[in-house]
Design a protein around this ligand. Structure first.
Ligand SMILES: NC(=O)c1ccc[n+]([C@@H]2O[C@H](COP(=O)([O-])OP(=O)(O)OC[C@H]3O[C@@H](n4cnc5c(N)ncnc54)[C@H](OP(=O)(O)O)[C@@H]3O)[C@@H](O)[C@H]2O)c1
Length: 280
């Protein structure tokens, strides 16, 4: 478990981006989410954007019968819904699809044109209404985070959700050190670099393979253990497979040693200059 801005949650949860839209995969995806819930992956990350609501619907279906208070449920609103009334309507639609009356965390999916002071004001009103417990942001770079903390109420941000994995560690240059200094956790999306399909050539790396074999684990599990190594980061890998789900849950138990981390730093060096925020 990690201390997530005062709330205890597992370090590895479940992503749901491509879920719910393919009728041929529906039962398998729902069963995988339920398997995850019953085996300790009680954080779910979804968004109104995913499958135009289909992801929230399958998540709502999968959560039925499972104690709601044991789930940490995250959803997101689109930037063009960031004004007061559009945001309230978007939240109501998300809650309806999810079959719940509150979200644990509501994220501004990426920075848009609405002034941040207004977005924060809207989120704080939603918190007061009881429909969300916390709010946060996503795809924010350091300049966005600094601006956020400069507006009234901005310090109440619970977390920032950005792309982060061992093959794409631009955040290590300044975003993560800054977030740690300000006590703002990271939600790492694409933590296994979309099964290493983004051209970063991670899985076959000999150092990663060696560390994996020493821990009797596979390379994806080491990627996840690396992402959550600081007890300050939540990883939300997505999988349609119960076998992969169990591997992902087990990855949270792998404690990388200082020597492992040094070797991995050598194989996947920290950035030495500012990089463009990686996004999908
Ligand atoms: N905030 C944002 O803007 C944003 C953007 C993108 C994503 N996200 C969130 O982050 C979540 C994760 O990101 P992502 O889905 O893009 O990428 P990801 O989790 O890095 O990769 C998903 C892929 O990895 C495979 N996989 C997962 N666990 C595995 C394992 N143990 N062994 C082998 N393969 C494994 C899955 O295939 P199998 O199904 O075969 O396991 C799937 O193809 C999304 O679902 C979404 O909730 C947020």
């Amino acid at each position: 478990m990690i201390d997530f801005h005062g709330v205890k949650i597992p370090a590895i949860g479940m992503g749901t981006w491509h879920m719910g839209s393919d009728p041929g995969l529906y039962d398998q995806q729902k069963a995988t989410l339920q398997y995850g819930l019953h085996h300790g992956a009680t954080v779910i990350d979804t968004a109104e954007q995913y499958g135009s609501g289909d992801s929230e619907k399958i998540v709502g279906d999968a959560m039925k019968g499972f104690p709601r208070q044991k789930i940490f449920l995250i959803s997101k609103f689109l930037p063009y819904h960031a004004t007061k009334h559009a945001m309230a309507d978007a939240l109501d639609r998300s809650l309806e699809r999810l079959g719940t009356d509150y979200l644990d965390l509501y994220l501004y999916h990426w920075p848009g044109g609405t002034p941040l002071a207004e977005v924060v004001n809207n989120m704080e009103a939603m918190k007061k209404s009881g429909k969300i417990r916390h709010w946060g942001v996503s795809n924010f770079d350091l300049s966005d985070m600094k601006e956020l903390l400069s507006v009234p109420g901005g310090h109440d941000v619970m977390a920032n959700e950005d792309l982060y994995n061992i093959g794409s560690r631009g955040l290590d240059y300044e975003v993560l050190p800054w977030q740690r200094k300000h006590g703002i956790p990271l939600i790492a999306y694409a933590p296994v670099d979309q099964a290493d399909t983004r051209g970063n050539g991670i899985i076959k790396n000999t150092t990663l393979e060696k560390v994996a074999s020493e821990h009797h684990a596979n390379a994806f599990q080491i990627m996840l253990a690396w992402v959550v190594r600081d007890d300050h980061t939540l990883a939300i890998p997505q999988t349609d497979s119960q076998k992969h789900m169990q591997e992902n849950i087990d990855a949270a138990k792998i404690k990388l040693t200082d020597d492992d981390l040094k070797a991995l730093d050598k194989a996947f060096p920290k950035p030495t200059h500012k990089q463009l925020l990686d996004i999908i």
